[in-house]
Design a protein around this ligand. Sequence first.
Ligand code: SF4
Ligand code: SF4
Length: 459
Amino acid sequence: MKFDFKEEDLIIKPYKTESAVYVRKQKGRYQRIRQFTGLAFVLLFVLVPWLNFQGHQAILLDIGKQQFHIFSQTFFPQDFTLLAGALIVSCYLLFFVTTWLGRIWCGYTCPQTVWTFAYIWVEEWLEGSRNQRIKRDKQPITLDTLARKSAKHLIWGLMAFLTATTFISYFLPARALYLDLLQWQWDSLTTLWVLFFAVCTYGNAGWLREKMCIYMCPYSRFQSAMFDKNTLLVAYNKLRGENRGARKRKDDPKALGLGDCVDCNLCVEVCPVGIDIRNGLQYECINCGACVDACDQTMSKFNYAKGLISYTSENALLGKKTKLFRAKIIGYGILSILAMLFMVYTIEARVPIEFSVLRDRGALFQLDFKDNVTNSYLLKITNKSQIDRKFNISVLNNNVSLSVDNNIFIKGGEIVSVPVHLTMTSDAIKERVSEVSLQVSVSDMPEVKRVTVTKFFAN
Ligand code: SF4
Ligand code: SF4
């Protein structure tokens, strides 16, 4: 037997070879919704670092100082359990929305999609429509093409730079960051991080695009595990559409043995991930609805009913009823609400004081001429709120006195070290080592307090 193999057939390639995806511009109801959600998302992203709350940047994740300011709250690395809680809430919400509406997050709000569409908009503006871009790329490069492509990359670069600077302004004070930029005074670390995120944005939205969703995004890999027969997905109605085929507007499709798909290929040309939805549900589909708008437009031209491609469920396609309330959705909904309530309770119940007690390592104790014993400590008090406050230090044991001004002023989000001395009179000493309780409370809110127990050595 003779096998006819070419050498390249024997090489296993990790990825299939793909040609560039030229996305056709599409108008329609879902594109308007996406433009609106995308714009709202971008505005939120850009404006949030400029929001001030009680004289501070409302959201500032200060990694250098290890303080994370979110409106009235300041979080410290010790509060990282709250971050785990926030991730759990996000996961349950994502599961809930995905089970109900499929990959709606990917199609309408994912930053990768929003930025990719913005980059495509610039591309279309400078290089023309899909067909013009394909033609241009096939032809030898001209001065006009060079100028247009250079302008495109320049604008993409600028968009990437502004995106990266905005992103960094969540980690460094925004006003100072832009002021320093205008005066060319960024330090090398800031410059490096901004350039890093700018390159990531430019690469992801300008070049990688759908490959990011197909090969790198973990969500696209596991989202189908959340789908069921009632999940809303973008799907082609095969029963109605086949046999597909070109025809004139006046033709009777039944007489020609055709279904409603006129094989115009628009659903493929507008698809940002370059798939043909007529081949069935595919994990690459980001549920953006561009093919729905494109197909509805064609259906209208031919005077056919809209919805050959639509947001629908597997059950609806089989002529069954789509069930909204089902065990999985109710379960994820309840878990999301419980997790959110728990987070709100944890944040509300959070005492805005953190304090630790360190013993003086130099001497275990000191005796005065009356044999009274003194122990020395260092208190580290953290004001975990964004408000400047006075704190009261006290000792809860009757037989111990405190030698420190017990009204300490601490600015919002700051940590101060306070040396304190505790003294026990000689007649009160009963044991060699006893326990003393130190309390720090907010001066004008005595009910907000923290107590720490430490050792007191008498000999
Ligand atoms: S198949 Fe349709 S919904 Fe899915 S990504 Fe492509 S255009 Fe968007
Ligand atoms: S847009 Fe509609 S009619 Fe045109 S090829 Fe796609 S499914 Fe068929």
